[in-house]
Design a binder for this molecule. Structure first.
Ligand code: GLN
Length: 499
């Protein structure tokens, strides 16, 4: 059964040759990412900050702070699966984004309260809201275009710009306010940013036309059953959350993160097994899903390195990096500017490279692009090892080490992340599109939790423990990169033999 989304915007070229609905999505995502990354940049600093003195933090150990960071990032992206399901089957994508945006804003405002008791409530709300917003807004982007519309990939590239303009603003504003004035000011600024996003989306969602307006076609009775079970599940989840927040359930963050990682691994395995074996897909669809599964695993590894920026690398910036610029000590989070800045600079260059290669029929396949992502990630941690070794001799080290690391992360990201969105939009079985985006973000979820666990390991003994962890990550990236190249070569060979 196909989705019954009508695509009325497809001849529209109002926004840089793209449908005008992209403007609405652009700004909504920009504000959402401003709030997400702005807050994320403060998170481990706040959690691991001393409990006394100027701007007191929560005084958590690095192991706990990193594990909670990982669980948070993991939960944010994991919730995209139920969020995608709700949009597919009950809410429709447009409505899911609206509700999600409001919940996220409430979450940040909760974090802005100068209370430690409401900290986890705030995080929980951001998690739930992002689950409804993040993957569904990406689905709507794809639905602005007809199947086979060549503008889709560049549509995602433009959308990716909004993500990075947003995160740039987040680092700029939230890190300054949070670190220099008070953590809760930074959290509050994230809330105000998201509020702008809510208002903007509310007034301009009309530009989306029918894209993403309706859930899947299904008999009314079936939908009613889905609605009933969703209510029961939400009530149960609410009960668990309240019990946790009230302290009836107490968990060790590190152990929780480990179990969560296994859980996510099992969910991913079951989901792919279902799609491949039981979902009644055609053999072409199954081949597509298999390709997406390979990309999924690579993306998971990639994000576990990428998300060190808000974890172990933030601590490296705070404790071992000289942050003064002409006598002014910049906020720790400002170093993370490097990523969005480089994305905005290099995204058009990467897009240009792919287009030019495509012209001579040499556009790398999706797995090859992902392999490039792996190799850049490997080199970035090689640079970090050099920085750590230098810091062991004489800390603090200059900022250039982290900036180069983020540059390499960014090059890797550009070869993998917008490419992954386009691949999931192009190769997902139509009936499962919303959920498939959820699945793409499940790779980010796994990566996020892994990032928290690796970050904890890296920091357990200060600088000394970083090199061995970064070293094993490099080995992983190199192996994953080689596997992807082999996979790409085999599929190329099989395809050319069949032609
Ligand atoms: N930087 C991208 C974003 O925020 C991708 C993040 C991710 O998937 N982990 O959307």
């Amino acid at each position: 059964m196909a989705t019954n989304v009508k695509k009325s915007n497809t001849d529209d070229t109002w926004f840089f040759g793209h449908p005008k609905g992209l403007v609405t999505l652009f700004f909504t995502e920009m504000w959402e990412r401003m709030s997400y990354y702005g807050m994320r940049a403060l998170l481990v600093l706040y959690m691991s900050g001393a409990v006394t003195g100027f701007n007191p933090g929560l005084g958590f150990t690095q192991i706990d702070a990193q594990a909670i960071y990982g669980i948070y990032v993991g939960m944010v992206y994991f919730m995209c699966i139920p969020g995608g399901w709700l949009a597919d089957n009950i809410l429709g994508y447009q409505r899911a984004v609206m509700i999600g945006a409001v919940i996220i804003a409430l979450g940040h405002f909760t974090l802005a309260l100068p209370l430690t008791q409401t900290f986890f409530l705030g995080l929980t709300l951001v998690v739930l809201g992002t689950g409804l917003l993040k993957s569904n807004i990406s689905t709507i982007v794809g639905q602005l275009y007809k199947d086979g519309d060549a503008r889709r990939t560049s549509g995602y590239t433009i959308f990716y710009m909004s993500i990075n303009i947003g995160s740039f603003l987040g680092f700029l504003i939230c890190s300054y306010l949070g670190e220099k004035i008070g953590w809760h000011w930074g959290f509050g600024a994230a809330g105000i940013g998201m509020l702008f996003g809510v208002i903007q989306y509310y007034y301009f969602r009309g530009l989306l036309g029918n894209a993403g307006i309706k859930p899947n076609d299904m008999p009314d009775e079936q939908r009613q059953v889905y609605i009933k079970w969703s209510r029961v599940t939400i009530a149960l989840m609410g009960a668990v959350i309240v019990a946790g927040l009230l302290g009836f359930i107490s968990v060790d963050p590190r152990a929780f993160a480990e179990y969560f990682l296994y859980f996510l691994g099992v969910v991913a395995a079951i989901y792919f097994a279902y799609l491949l074996l039981l979902a009644g897909l055609s053999s072409q669809e199954k081949k597509n899903v298999f390709l997406l599964m390979i990309l999924f695993v690579a993306a998971m590894f990639f994000w576990s390195g990428f998300d060190q920026s808000g974890g172990s690398l933030s601590i490296f910036a705070r404790d071992y990096t000289d942050l003064s610029v002409v006598g002014y000590v910049i906020p720790v989070g400002w170093l993370q500017f490097a990523n969005p800045l480089f994305v905005v600079i290099f995204a058009p260059i990467f897009a240009g490279i792919w287009t030019n290669l495509a012209r001579v029929n040499l556009n790398p396949s999706y797995p090859l692009k992902f392999a490039i992502g792996m190799f850049f990630m490997a080199i970035s941690f090689l640079v970090m090892i050099a920085a750590v070794e230098l810091a062991l001799v004489s800390a603090p080290v200059g900022m250039q080490w982290l900036i180069i690391t983020y540059l390499l992360h960014t090059w890797g990201e550009l070869a993998l992340s917008p490419v992954g969105l386009a691949a999931f939009s192009e190769y997902s079985p139509k009936k499962y599109q919303g959920q498939m985006f959820g699945l793409w973000f499940l790779a980010s979820a796994l990566g996020g939790v892994l990032a928290g666990l690796l970050g904890g390991d890296a920091l357990v003994e200060g600088l000394e423990s970083m090199t061995p962890v970064f070293d094993s990550m490099i080995q992983f990236y190199v192996v994953a990169g080689i596997v992807l190249v082999l996979f790409a070569s085999v599929s190329y060979y099989l395809r050319s033999r069949n032609n």
